[in-house]
Structures are given as structure tokens and as C-alpha cells.
Design a protein around this ligand. Structure first.
Ligand SMILES: [Zn+2]
Length: 139
């Protein structure tokens, strides 16, 4: 949100040459944080699947700020809203990690693998780092 992720647009702005400034996932538009996290087809599909997993309607996201503030408008009790917020952060983390794996190492992103990784990390991080009772959230 502070514009500090070194995506292609940010690198170009700092006069750092890049081979291509297009989204590494779809190759259809210039890469921005908003595109990779929100509007890219991969991101939209991921948000849709994970919303279903969290038993909430598919969110209408227009910016990365919407991702970070989704839990505020979810109408869930505070503890479940905290879990939703954690899942959103994990989605952003995993999308950025997959983007870097593709850009830096040429490792293609498999959607099913991405979704499973997000679910596993969500379970592990929320259960063990957040000291929350996972079963209470009905996720
Ligand atoms: Zn894209």
C-alpha cells in the first residue's frame, strides 16, 4: 500500500531496466500491485475460491486497500473478521511469492497449488501464531 513493492512499474519509475513490464501471470497489462493482487485473472479466481472457503460472498475488490480492509466490511464477529484479515494477508503474501518465483526462477504458477498453499498457511499461521481456536471460525 506504501508503493514499496518492487514490481515492474516501480522498477521502471526508478530507471531500473526490466525485460518486460507486463504482468508475469497473464501478460495482458502492465504489472502494478493492484493488478497482481486484485484484477489479474489469477487473483480474481483465487479471491473467489477463498471467499467460498471462508463462507463469505465473493468480494468486490477495486484496490489493494480493499484487500487490506476487507475484514472491516465482512459483517462477521471480531474474531472471525480477524481470521478473514489474516487470510487476506496470506493471499497477498502467496501471490507475491508466486509472482517472484515466476519472474526470478521461471517457476510457473499452478492455481490449485496456490490455493492449497494459502489454505495450509492460513491454518498453520492462524492456529499456531494467532493462538486462536481454528474450529470456532467455521472456515
Ligand atoms: Zn495479470
Amino acid at each position: 500500500m506504501l508503493g514499496r513493492l518492487p514490481n515492474f512499474k516501480a522498477l521502471e519509475k526508478r530507471n531500473i531496466p526490466v525485460a518486460s513490464n507486463m504482468c508475469p501471470f497473464c501478460g495482458e497489462v502492465k504489472e502494478t500491485v493492484e493488478h497482481v493482487m486484485v484484477s489479474c485473472g489469477l487473483a480474481q479466481y483465487t479471491w473467489s475460491v477463498l471467499a467460498q472457503w471462508c463462507k463469505m460472498p465473493t468480494p468486490f475488490l477495486f484496490s489493494f486497500r480493499d484487500v487490506l480492509e476487507l475484514h472491516k466490511f465482512s459483517r462477521f464477529e471480531k474474531e472471525k473478521a480477524d481470521v478473514i484479515h489474516a487470510v487476506c494477508l496470506i493471499v497477498a503474501w502467496c501471490l507475491w511469492k508466486k509472482r517472484n518465483a515466476l519472474v526470478c526462477k521461471g517457476i510457473p504458477t499452478q492455481v490449485a497449488g496456490l490455493v492449497e498453499e494459502i489454505k495450509v498457511l492460513s491454518f498453520l499461521w492462524i492456529k499456531h501464531r494467532g493462538r486462536k481456536n481454528w474450529r470456532r471460525f467455521n472456515v
